[in-house]
Design a binder for this molecule. Structure first.
Ligand SMILES: Cc1cc2nc3c(=O)[nH]c(=O)nc-3n(C[C@H](O)[C@H](O)[C@H](O)COP(=O)(O)O)c2cc1C
Length: 227
């Protein structure tokens, strides 16, 4: 079977996955509700987290086999790390195309989303006529592998405000069992899905100074495509 599978907390990767699904006519699946383990053609779309492949994506890659895999990593214009190369090296060799796509950063309000979808068309063409490629190794901060999720947790806080009525929608949507009635626990990776889904804007995000300064750094707006 052919499919587009995505992991997305704040919607950027989902938007791209929907584009690929529409253009290719492949069904679209959320990584959490996917139940298939063999694909003929698979397009996998996910965000870079702390210059790494999110654990939920690693677990998926361990489970599945794809004859032809296309990997699309969205990133918030800070640093995309080396996630596509790591996928080919550690999980799935048969990669036919890949891209690092600069998008709105989950932690920056009013940041520009990706809009130049036509630029992705060479990938669509390559998926239709697949042949394997070798992905190059890119720069990744040597410290990026040191407790990435703990660093996210320390970088910002999520606090419920008086608007919370305990509806628990945040818990229903959380991929990690990391929040209950607006209060996060140690499993939280600060992906902000809970903040996004809350209908009452009852979750406030407080970004600490070191992360604030980091997010002010010069942005990398590079779309990198491998076909
Ligand atoms: C926990 C976390 C870590 C992130 N780390 C990075 C990063 O290292 N480099 C970067 O450029 N963007 C980073 N981002 C931003 C996301 O990669 C980017 O906003 C992405 O498009 C979000 O995709 P989504 O909306 O599908 O979840 C991070 C976001 C989160 C939530």
């Amino acid at each position: 079977m052919n499919a587009v599978v995505f992991y997305s907390s704040t919607g950027q990767s989902k938007k791209l996955a929907t584009y690929f699904s529409d253009k290719l006519g492949y069904p679209l699946f959320d990584i959490e509700t996917n139940y298939i383990d063999y694909y003929r053609n698979l397009v996998l779309v996910f965000p870079v987290h702390c210059q790494n492949i999110p654990n939920i994506v690693k677990a998926f890659l361990k489970k599945i086999t794809a004859e032809n895999l296309t990997v699309i990593a969205t990133y918030g214009k800070m640093c995309c790390g080396n996630v596509l190369y790591e996928i080919q090296k550690n999980y799935q060799k048969n990669i036919v195309a890949g891209a690092y796509v600069p998008t709105k950063h989950s932690y920056i309000e009013n940041d520009d989303p990706f809009f130049n979808f036509d630029k992705l068309n060479p990938i669509i063409e390559k998926i239709k006529k697949p042949s394997s490629i070798q992905l190059p190794k890119l720069y990744k901060n040597p410290l990026a592998d040191i407790f990435p999720e703990l660093r996210s947790r320390m970088g910002l806080k999520i606090r419920k405000n008086a608007s919370c009525n305990g509806c628990n929608l945040c818990a229903e949507h959380c991929s990690f069992g990391a929040i209950k009635a607006g209060t996060t626990n140690g499993r939280c990776i600060r992906c902000l899905k809970c903040v996004e889904v809350c209908p009452r804007q009852a979750l406030n995000v407080k970004i600490g100074l070191p992360l604030k300064l980091y997010l002010h750094k010069k942005k990398v707006k590079k779309l990198i495509i491998y076909v």
